[in-house]
Design a protein around this ligand. Structure first.
Ligand SMILES: Cc1cc2nc3c(=O)[nH]c(=O)nc-3n(C[C@H](O)[C@H](O)[C@H](O)COP(=O)(O)OP(=O)(O)OC[C@H]3O[C@@H](n4cnc5c(N)ncnc54)[C@H](O)[C@@H]3O)c2cc1C
Ligand code: FES
Length: 290
């Protein structure tokens, strides 16, 4: 595919070989998180749900050499621009790698390898009768849903968005959605419904039109497991964008193995990170999530 063609819904975009140096164009606060943008000079437009392995070209390896390995990041938005494709990432600083990425300044260099992994599928490919989508995000897991919403709307597919956060500090990324039709939940009640985002999903799943939507979720393992269970109970198809620690990101180390309901494992970096809910016995995978 050409560098600036947008992928069809559900199309897996293949990464060019090796990593590329991108220039940081901006880095702005977004609630308790930050959004940084890099101009990818030679990469394709990614599909929503795919991820990149990221490392800065300086200051990567502080005390005791950490973070050392590149870090996995969902692409939160992407668009062709003069000189390449703009890639937006939403970051929550939780350790040395994410803290260094959160501190990137415009003009600095970022190494990217990607887009990697399996993206979200079009609603009709998740469930035959699904004409629309329900997007459920929790915490930093809202990142891939912003690009997914934009790609769904560009294809004329209706999408309802439910986002939940723990508290003000652990929230952000709303700037990426550029719409007022998001339904919010927060555990501390600072915005929207006081409680879990899954409370909002429960209301939608009780509606008459449930069978006409596929559910897409990204967030902490407990949220994903709740979404998986609720959808299984209501007979609604869902896809979950999962996280495990990833050392390589392209299938070589087997560090990202996730057990499947029918036995066996998948490597989340190549067979995921987007996984169908009915493939899993549980989304509570040891080592997954923040
Ligand atoms: C496919 C994928 C997409 C991701 N997208 C984003 C994103 O858009 N924005 C974002 O801020 N983060 C994202 N992450 C998580 C991010 O990769 C980790 O937070 C990061 O690797 C932590 O590195 P660190 O050096 O800052 O912290 P470390 O010191 O490596 O770890 C800090 C804490 O986070 C835990 N941790 C480390 N790596 C991961 C991981 N991969 N998943 C879950 N917990 C981890 C550790 O157990 C520890 O408790 C994603 C992870 C994956 C696998
Ligand atoms: S991260 Fe190495 S195989 Fe998946």
């Amino acid at each position: 595919m050409t560098a600036n063609r947008s992928p069809r819904l559900g199309e897996r975009v293949v990464a060019p070989f090796g990593r590329r140096r991108c220039e940081i164009k901006r880095n702005l606060p977004s609630g308790g998180y930050r959004i940084f943008s890099a101009l990818d000079p030679a990469g394709p437009v990614p599909a929503a749900g795919q991820f990149y392995m990221l490392a800065t070209d300086s200051g990567w390896g502080g005390d005791q050499g950490r973070p050392y390995l590149a870090r996995a990041f969902s692409v939160a938005d992407a668009a062709p621009e003069d000189g390449g494709v703009r890639l937006d990432f939403l970051v929550q600083a939780v350790g040395p790698g994410t803290s260094r990425l959160a501190a990137l300044e415009p003009g600095e260099g970022l190494w990217v390898h990607g887009p990697l992994g399996r993206p979200f599928s079009a609603p009709r490919d998740v469930s035959e009768g699904a004409a629309g989508a329900i997007l459920v995000g929790g915490g930093i897991g809202v990142a891939p849903l912003a690009l997914w919403r934009r790609q769904l709307l560009a294809a004329g597919t209706p999408a309802r968005v439910l986002l939940g956060f723990r508290d003000r500090e652990n929230s952000g990324g709303l700037d990426l959605f550029d719409c007022s039709e998001i339904r919010l939940a927060s555990e501390d009640g600072h915005s929207g419904h006081r409680g879990f985002v899954t409370d909002l999903l429960a209301v939608l799943l009780e509606g008459d039109d449930t069978g006409s939507a596929a559910v897409y979720a990204c967030g902490p393992p407990a949220m994903l497991e709740a979404v998986r269970g609720m959808c299984a109970e209501q007979g609604v198809a869902c896809e979950l964008a999962m996280e495990t620690p990833m050392a390589c990101g392209f299938g070589a180390c087997f560090g990202c193995a996730v057990p499947l309901a029918d036995g066996g494992y998948l490597r989340l970096c190549v067979d995921g990170p987007v996984v169908r809910g009915d493939q899993l016995e549980t989304a509570l995978v040891p080592g997954s999530g923040h």
